[in-house]
Design a protein around this ligand. Structure first.
Ligand code: KIV
Length: 273
């Protein structure tokens, strides 16, 4: 019991995130999809780990996030959960598992929570998914919202450009954020919208607003881990800051290994039994 309490005291919860917003302390969120990298990200001290459906692109090589399945998300999420001791683990509900069917949405969220051990789910959209948000929340499952040019609607938006520059779309986004807050979402991701609008939304709601390409006036930031580590070199949006060039590091390491194997330098006498 005492041990459990100690463990809980270290954990980031939705309440801790709320306190961070109230105290003006920025929230740091990153994606992870597997045990090894989730463990590194968690021990480095990230607050929230998102098992994003960007796994569809990053891990499986699909062009969009649409193909990834609920079973695949649960596989990624359970690998992440096994590695994490401190961060809040949020899992994306994949495309087609929550839209237009609140019972289906609840069942998808329950499967994620039960089979992966994650702490919350995220879904994309505003008023059009409010029924699903409410039904999932009614089962005691925390929900994170996600507004902007959301990747699951890529074929509706047509392209991945900044949205809500026009007043009508900006107003709809403001209203959607308030609707998600009122429904009970514990946080909202804002993706690729003007910084001034994102800051205004963050001020207008009491729940934390986490931005990706939404400027510095929000309550926290999220990036896709593989993008910020420089593993992926083909995705270069303006909002992305690269903190490493793992593409170079990995390519050089693999080339050195190939050279050593082919020249019989590896293994040396010290590297055998
Ligand atoms: O799937 C994902 O990685 C996301 C982030 C872009 C927020 O939803």
């Amino acid at each position: 019991m005492a041990q459990n309490e100690q463990k809980d005291a270290r954990r980031i919860t939705t309440h801790v995130l709320q306190e961070m917003k109230a105290g003006g302390q920025p929230i740091a969120m990153l994606t992870a999809y597997d045990f090894s990298l989730a463990g590194l990200v968690d021990s480095a001290g990230v607050d929230v780990i998102l098992v994003g459906d960007s796994a569809s692109n990053v891990m499986a090589g699909h062009e969009t996030t649409l193909p990834i399945t609920l079973d695949q998300m649960i596989y990624h999420a359970s690998s992440v959960v096994r590695a994490v001791q401190r961060a809040l683990v949020v899992v994306d509900l994949p495309f087609g598992t929550y839209q237009g069917n609140t019972k289906g949405a609840l069942n998808s969220a329950i499967r994620i929570m039960k089979e992966s051990g994650a702490h919350a789910v995220k879904l994309e959209g505003g008023r059009e998914v409010l029924g699903s948000v409410e039904r999932i929340l009614s089962a005691g499952i925390p929900v994170m919202g996600h507004l902007g040019p959301t990747p699951q609607s890529i074929y509706k938006f047509g392209t991945y450009v900044v949205r809500a520059r026009e007043e009508a779309e900006a107003q709809r986004l403001r209203e959607d954020a308030v609707l998600l807050e009122k429904a009970g979402c514990f946080a909202i991701v804002l993706e690729k919208i003007p910084a001034s609008l994102a800051a205004e939304v963050a001020r207008s709601v009491h729940v934390p607003v986490i931005g990706i390409g939404a400027g510095g006036g929000v309550d926290g930031q999220v990036l896709v881990l593989h993008d910020m580590l420089g593993i992926n070199q083909t995705f270069n949006p303006r909002f992305l800051r690269r903190y490493a060039d793992l593409h170079k590091v990995i390519t050089e390491a693999v080339s050195a290994y190939l050279r050593d194997v082919r020249s019989r330098d590896f293994p040396s006498d010290d590297e055998q039994y």
